[in-house]
Design a protein around this ligand. Structure first.
Ligand code: HAM
Length: 428
């Protein structure tokens, strides 16, 4: 008896033709991030559970509810990475990079969070992230933000707004939390259980809750920007000024606290906000989130090294680009129909030679009726179609049909010699 299986809920197969969009994003990222001086790192999927508890924070949603954690056969508690900032910092310290003045890394790969699913939110999802270690200068924040901004532009995403905030330094935090608690405390009786829990465990996260009843209270809550120490306030001013110099528009969003505990000073998100109408991402409009985390390297046993970074949700970018009809096309330049017998070997040899010269040429291994091979060529949207028959073999020329042109067009059919075929195709 056979048995059929389906993918685990929240985990997607990435398949053709959408994979073209994925590869386009990945190609563009590698090129652009390299140009900006960021080198790729690949850390393991599994990490010591303690790494995330310590860095992302015990009372965050990610750590308290969403991690894929299990005990391995060696009796260690391991976790499938819910994010890549902590693993990157772990590797940065472990392999001595923290001894260097400035290090810039990027990564691209799957992350895992046991989240409630909806459009743009999955349990295995893909992040493209960039982290810069070693400088607390505002120019490092802005360089990192500008990288995200230019990447989004380069891949053709529009209508994303940069939301910006500063959470101040760790030393500024207690005063702010005190003010926040005092603001919410008198209303606790009216809170949902979830909101009460957030109040107790991670008060700042209340600013990010979506509960309607809380909205007026959140609007009137004290703003973290009013509690910045002198150094953090100056730094934030510099970040804003430099963004303006670079022509990168932003809005100040005093409620932008982010869902991870390691942030200090700058926090930012790029949010998809199309004018009116359809939003392909529904409520999962945040395509990129990041910020500064000046204490994490030290917290994880390294030297004093300030850092800043971001991660983008690639699944969301793919959804967006697909909704805009921006999938790059991959079409064979030439589809070569084959005849049976010895001629087929010659045709396959020609296809192989053209392919080794970097040309996308295809054929149907099943061969068969020419009519069916034409259909196959048009399904694949081949640009040119040719038949490798006895006459072509003898004369060493191919008659090619331009599949895109209508019958009767003077350029519909061309004769090309086999010796010049590669050059001819390359020029198309
Ligand atoms: P994050 O805000 O948790 O930050 O995630 C960054 C981005 O990943 C989100 O803005 C979203 O686009 C995408 N994302 C998150 N969860 C999901 C999901 N379940 N399904 C689909 N996409 C998702 C971080 O992870 C930080 N490590 C970012 C960072 C890097 N901060 C400093 N450096």
């Amino acid at each position: 008896m056979s048995q059929k299986f389906a993918a685990v809920k929240g985990m997607n197969d990435l398949l053709p033709p959408q994979i073209e969009t994925w590869q386009f994003l990945e190609r563009t990222a590698r090129e652009l991030f390299g140009t900006w001086g960021y080198s790729e790192v690949r850390t393991p999927i599994l990490e010591d559970t303690g790494l995330f508890v310590r860095s992302v924070g015990e009372v965050t949603d990610i750590v308290s509810k969403e991690m894929y954690t299990f005990t391995d056969k060696g009796d260690r508690s391991v976790t499938m990475r819910p994010e890549n900032t902590a693993p990157a910092v772990r590797a940065y310290i472990e392999h001595g990079f923290a001894q260097q003045p400035v290090t810039r890394w990027y990564y691209l790969g799957p992350m895992f969070r046991y989240e409630r699913m909806k459009t743009g939110r999955y349990r295995q999802f893909y992040q493209l992230g960039a982290e810069a270690y070693g400088s607390q200068d505002a120019s490092q924040d802005v360089e990192n933000i500008a990288l995200a901004w230019h990447f989004l532009k380069a891949v053709g995403v529009q209508h994303v707004t940069l939301h910006l905030n500063s959470l101040g330094d760790a030393a500024d935090r207690p005063k702010y939390l005190e003010a926040l608690k005092a603001h919410f405390a008198p209303h606790l009786a009216t809170f949902s259980d979830a909101a009460k829990d957030t109040f107790e465990r991670n008060t700042m996260r209340l600013l990010d809750t979506k509960e309607e009843a809380l909205k007026p209270l959140i609007e009137s809550a004290p703003r973290v920007g009013d509690f910045l120490g002198e150094a953090a306030a100056k730094h934030f001013d510099e970040v804003k000024a430099l963004l303006t110099t670079l022509g990168i528009p932003f809005v100040i969003d005093p409620k932008l606290v982010r869902g991870l505990d390691y942030y200090t000073r700058t926090t930012f998100e790029f949010i998809y906000e199309p004018p009116g109408g359809d939003n392909a991402l529904g409520t999962a409009g945040t395509v990129c989130g990041g910020g500064r985390y000046d204490n994490l390297v030290k917290e994880l046993g390294g030297p004093e090294k300030p850092a800043v970074g971001f991660a983008m949700g690639l699944d969301r970018l793919v959804l967006l680009l697909e909704s805009l009809g921006k999938r790059p096309e991959r079409r064979p330049l030439l589809f070569l129909a084959t005849m049976d017998g010895e001629l087929k070997a010659h045709a396959v040899k020609l296809v192989t030679e053209l392919r080794t010269q970097g040309l996308f040429v295809d054929f149907d291994p099943r061969g068969g009726k020419i009519k069916r091979q034409v259909e196959r060529a048009s399904t694949l949207k081949a640009r040119y179609f040719g038949v490798y028959g006895e006459q072509e073999h003898q004369s060493r020329t191919l008659k090619l049909k331009a599949m895109d042109l209508p019958d009767g067009d003077p350029n519909k059919e061309v004769q090309v010699g086999l010796d010049t075929l590669a050059d001819w195709l390359r020029a198309r």
